[in-house]
Design a protein around this ligand. Sequence first.
Ligand code: BGP
Length: 466
Amino acid sequence: MAFPENFLWGGAVAANQCEGAYNEDGKGLCTQDVTPHGIVGPRTEEPTEDNMKLVGIDFYHRYKEDVKLFAEMGFKVFRTSIAWSRIFPNGDEETPNEKGLQFYDDLFDECHKYGIEPLVTISHYETPLHLAKTYDGWVNRKMIGFYERYVRTIFARYGKKVKYWLTFNEINSVLHEPFLSGGIYTDKDKLSQQDLYQAIHHELVASALATKIGHEMMPDAKIGCMILSMPTYPLTPCPDDVIKTMESVHKNDFFGDVHVRGYYPGYMKRYFRENNIEIKFEPGDEEILKNTVDFVSFSYYMSICETADPEKRVGGKGNIMGGVPNPYLEASEWGWQIDPKGLRYVLNYYWDRYQKPLFIVENGLGAVDKLVEKDGVLTVEDDYRIDYLQKHLLQVEEAVKDGVDVMGYTSWGCIDLVSASTAELKKRYGYIYVDRNDDGTGTLNRYKKKSFYWYKDVIATNGESL
Ligand code: BGP
């Protein structure tokens, strides 16, 4: 048997992509409420009706039905995020919103009813809008204090119900999406490298501080970082391509390196020197950064290539960050190149680099699904999804055989939800189909796809059925 006995099988979502109820029970606005087109379109002043996230899949009101379905699949763990603006509607007030706190109490209780362990992302692309507008998000050092108050509140409230925590979703994505990822209101093309990296410093300090506070308040908790992983291969064996690839990988490794090693790596100090970036460290920051994580979690959807040759540097599409397409790989309908072996590669890479338990907290195929009737029941024949997941999980198995310590696997969007990059619902990942369309029509009813039964079997056999 390749998968460890207590392997944490499950699924993942984020509050802003599924809950809906964007202004109910005292919730404040967050960055997602004004980005009706995800990362591709302009943001709006106010929430607009075409924003699919305002209703999402109505998880806020239907979570009991959904958790029951997760339990039927045999989930051991369910990853979701807490919407910061449900707890602190503006982000900078002193008193939390009780109704928001109550919602997650109820949700976590519901999970425990079925023996499902919650895995909670503290901040998943949903900074309170007021913090973005008033402080320019993480560019402002005050954010550390607001985040600290928020984490102290949720640790105190849920410490007995939640063991696994992630400080920031895909923390390195702020390099490419400063608004959604870092609540930075300044236009992307006007944002200086100086401000961007200062914002990153604030996030890294906040993350280490949350880890410190979490360990003090919840001795049994396991706190991890979460990185957007994208193995990057040199396009050719030309040494220039190899070095260019190394440099581009460093930009992302910076985040994991600080989280695991507890200090800034030399290659970043060099980058800052050569680009006239001066990171302001306050007294105590260096000490705080030494509070390193218990495990490293990451998303994995695709790999990319890198080249030093400007003529070959055509941009490929990708999961927030693009890259040079790999001529050996096929792509999904949204242009994300499919590379199951890249998952084994990245697991080995992180294990070699960090020697910390690894958790794959996102992976999956975004595809257009069609609801059909089979034996009198509505379902989706999503063999393409099963094929994708099967191939990736077999590579996880290979990595486990390589000796990599893998804690668990939560596939992304275990129930259909609104896409982060395009804000569409037609890009579906789930084992459970939700009847909602991008024009706002649909009953919101849930239907089990073919992959639902497939995954149930994978979990029941601890991966033997793969
Ligand atoms: C990651 C995000 C998720 C998620 C996923 C799939 O970047 O952490 O929130 O949505 O990618 O991306 P998309 O929804 O754009 O298909």
